[in-house]
Design a protein around this ligand. Structure first.
Ligand code: AMP
Length: 449
């Protein structure tokens, strides 16, 4: 997954983009980058690591411009190296352009092979680069028409930001799988993956970019254009389940509230279950557990101490040390656990390895019984749209039925939230048009399997 952020017409564009990317850091920690429109010439800088590691104070002395776009990356297509860090930059018939992409293109391999056959030389292993070659080859007289024409050749999930001298352009795929929001701060317009980054830089939210819509921002003015025929809207429901920040707004309510509601509906579905306390696997599980506690009347209790500093930078020097790392990340709080039957809530089971380790740890710390509750249905299918899920054969719910999964993770009971209640909670009782392919196998676009 990735995060994108851009701001127009602001003398502090690069600094505000830094803040925006910092706020979107949860969407990608592998690399970060920024491109700035600096007096009719685009400058860019990308690096590996966290936003705070890639950019330095000194850089901002020379990284000026009125409009900037930025990207944080968590690779799902293409390897993790600086060559694949975004924004990608290119110079074509249309002039200098930088692009930042969130999502996954499902026809990228076929397009790449076709373009290479025609002589294209690819510089990265990202799926995003295909749009560059398409735009260079099939161009119109201006960049927005060129973008619109070529987006129609892509399949899959994408939110894009484009920066060319004097213009910032945003686009969202015709199914609206990945998010893109428009905001305003004074005369500046902001485009961001999530609302939280707009609010942190002092902006106001205007609206989501609609599926299949392009927005062109030029000289403090907005121009909207639909580039694709309407398709069924299919917003990724995993944004609310796991990915997005709790203070971001999706479908008219904060993610925190959607997660609280998921927890409440889990309690409704599990009303006959007896337990002493309810708790969540940090961080997303905490909001679920609070909702569960409110509905069930069971006390909420924190059962883990989460170490917040075990990011990418935590090296695991050898196998012996590696064995401690599950405990190091989440350390059980013994007195809260001892002798208790605990309803433990997590957002999802992917391979099942996290829950297995956590349950083992809780039982070692004296828990009597662990009733595992999952705030989403079984994940039985891979995501081709940018959520990092493994191949189908590695998914625990594709291998086993519920009882088999329960045995594998060694829980005393296991319950998954129903899809209808997940949609109710995430859609705020108004949106129903979600991509739920990871639970149902019904993909909203063609996929390259
Ligand atoms: P697993 O251990 O493979 O079952 O993964 C499940 C755990 O990973 C849960 O605690 C989730 O919060 C978390 N998770 C779910 N989806 C993702 C993702 N795309 N990337 C990283 N972690 C995830």
């Amino acid at each position: 997954m990735c995060g994108i952020f851009g701001i127009s017409d602001n003398k502090d564009a690069s600094k505000l983009t830094y803040v925006g990317l910092f706020t979107l850091q949860h969407r990608g920690q592998e690399s970060a980058g920024m491109a700035v429109d600096s007096k009719d010439s685009i400058h860019y800088y990308n690096g590996m690591g966290l936003v705070s590691e890639v950019f330095s104070n000194d850089m901002f002395q020379s990284f000026h411009g009125l409009t900037a776009i930025g990207h944080v990356r968590y690779s799902t297509t293409g390897s993790s190296n600086v060559n694949n860090a975004q924004p990608l930059f290119f110079n074509s018939y249309l002039g200098q352009t930088a692009i930042a992409h969130n999502g996954n293109l499902t026809n990228a391999s076929a397009l790449r092979a076709q373009l290479q056959k025609q002589g294209a030389i690819f510089q990265t292993s990202t799926d995003s680069e295909v749009i560059i070659h398409l735009m260079a080859k099939y161009h119109r007289s201006n960049i927005e028409d060129t973008i619109a024409d070529n987006l129609n050749k892509l399949e899959g999930a994408y939110s894009f930001l484009f920066l060319s001298p004097g213009k910032m352009i945003g686009a969202r795929d015709p199914n609206g799988i990945r998010p893109l929001v428009l905001g305003k701060r004074g005369k500046s317009y902001i485009l961001s993956s999530e609302t939280c980054a707009i609010e942190v830089v002092g902006g106001k939210i205007i609206r989501e970019i609609e599926p299949g819509e392009i927005v062109v921002i030029e000289k403090e003015k907005l121009k909207f254009k639909k580039f694709a025929k309407p398709r069924k809207t299919a917003k990724c429901i995993f944004e609310q389940v796991y990915f997005a920040r709790p203070d971001s707004v999706f479908s008219g309510r904060t993610v925190q509230l959607a997660r609280y509601e998921i927890g409440r509906l889990l309690a409704v579905e599990m009303k006959d279950i007896k337990a002493d306390i309810v708790s969540g696997v940090p961080d997303s599980g905490t909001a679920y557990a609070l909702g569960f506690a409110k509905e069930s009347g069971l006390p909420y209790q924190t059962v883990f101490m989460r170490n917040r500093y075990t990011g990418r930078s935590f090296i695991q020097p050898d196998q012996k040390i590696r064995e401690f790392t599950a405990h190091l990340k989440l350390a059980p709080i013994r007195d809260a656990i001892k002798g208790k039957t605990i309803i433990l809530i997590d957002d999802s089971l992917v391979r099942g390895t996290t829950s297995k380790k956590i349950i083992k740890n809780l039982k070692k710390s004296g828990a009597k019984k662990i009733i595992m509750a999952i705030g989403s249905p079984p994940i039985t299918n891979s995501c081709y749209y940018g959520i990092d899920t493994p191949t189908k054969k590695e998914l625990i719910a594709a291998k086993f039925k519920i009882e088999g999964i329960r045995k594998f993770i060694d829980a005393d009971a296991l319950h998954y939230l129903s899809l209808s209640n997940l949609i109710k909670a995430c859609g705020n009782n108004r949106d129903k048009d979600f991509c739920t392919a990871c639970f149902t196998g019904k993909y909203p676009t063609k996929t390259e399997k």
